[in-house]
Design a protein around this ligand. Sequence first.
Ligand SMILES: Nc1ncnc2c1ncn2[C@@H]1O[C@H](COP(=O)(O)OP(=O)(O)OP(=O)(O)O)[C@@H](O)[C@H]1O
Length: 323
Amino acid sequence: MTTITKEQPTPAQAPDGGPLLQASGVIMRFGGLTAVRDVDLTVNSGEIVGLIGPNGAGKTTFFNCLTGLYVPTEGTVSYRGEILPPKPHLVTQAGVARTFQNIRLFSNMTVLENVLVGRHTRTREGLLSALIRGPRYHKAEARSRERAMEILEFIGLADKADHLSRNLPYGEQRKLEIARALASEPGLLLLDEPTAGMNPQETRATEELVFAIRDQGIAVLVIEHDMRFIFNLCDRVAVLVQGEKLVEGTSDIVQQDERVIAAYLGEPFEGAPADEGDAAVEQAEAGFGAEAEAEAGAGTRAEAGADAGIAADDAGEEQENDR
Ligand SMILES: Nc1ncnc2c1ncn2[C@@H]1O[C@H](COP(=O)(O)OP(=O)(O)OP(=O)(O)O)[C@@H](O)[C@H]1O
């Protein structure tokens, strides 16, 4: 993995260790259902923060509130001290990028083109410049391609730049999603179940990738059901249960907390590294979320990949139609 240099820092860099994202009193109601209940969460510069909880706890809904997909019923979300506008592209422009639980790639575009799409919030060239296609446009386009290739190099997909994204194996499609998010030069990256459907080796590689992203100065907030991944990776973990933040603290504190054990983990988490091949089975046995159980039991990785592939196609077409 090579290093990347951040070219257009997002405005008003927070000092290292200072608050980057601040969600205060976030409530999200859907009719009579309150999916997120008065949640406060801070992500500081340089941190990797985990968000865990049972299925239906409100984790993705909370992510959607942070990234402008949903307008919270109550509460505020600010980034580098500024309230974020409730529009996804403006949130990305402000410096917060995300990936989705179901892969959303442009399936008929190449790997490189997918990353270039992610750069649109960082390109200054307007419609007129694109229509005229003068020297300024060509220079900006060349710079964008160069940058996109740097990111692909970093993520380990440079040799597949001209492959159609739909032809990538499942684990690489997930990586490409992260590459596309990085292309917007974020200060904060939100990952929604980045290892879902991955085998233990791919999960370890994703762990390394997230550390490398943090080392580039990008803070990370990650939702995951794989507790080994979360507790290895995160500086801090927040636990949502029925929309409420039950506990927040270091991995050590969270995994020993009686309430978290009762509501989610099922039993204290054994942090000792185990035989990698059995990791998913062990998680299921320890009761780390229904999804782990499905993966380790009836659900094979191939099935998970196929499901995600279909989701990617659907979402890709949706997005392509939207353009
Ligand atoms: N757009 C929506 N309209 C109505 N209800 C919704 C909507 N989105 C989510 N919900 C409900 O909000 C609750 C929280 O769902 P959410 O997907 O945020 O949970 P989650 O913690 O991300 O679950 P999982 O781990 O399974 O992804 C669920 O009861 C869900 O059915």
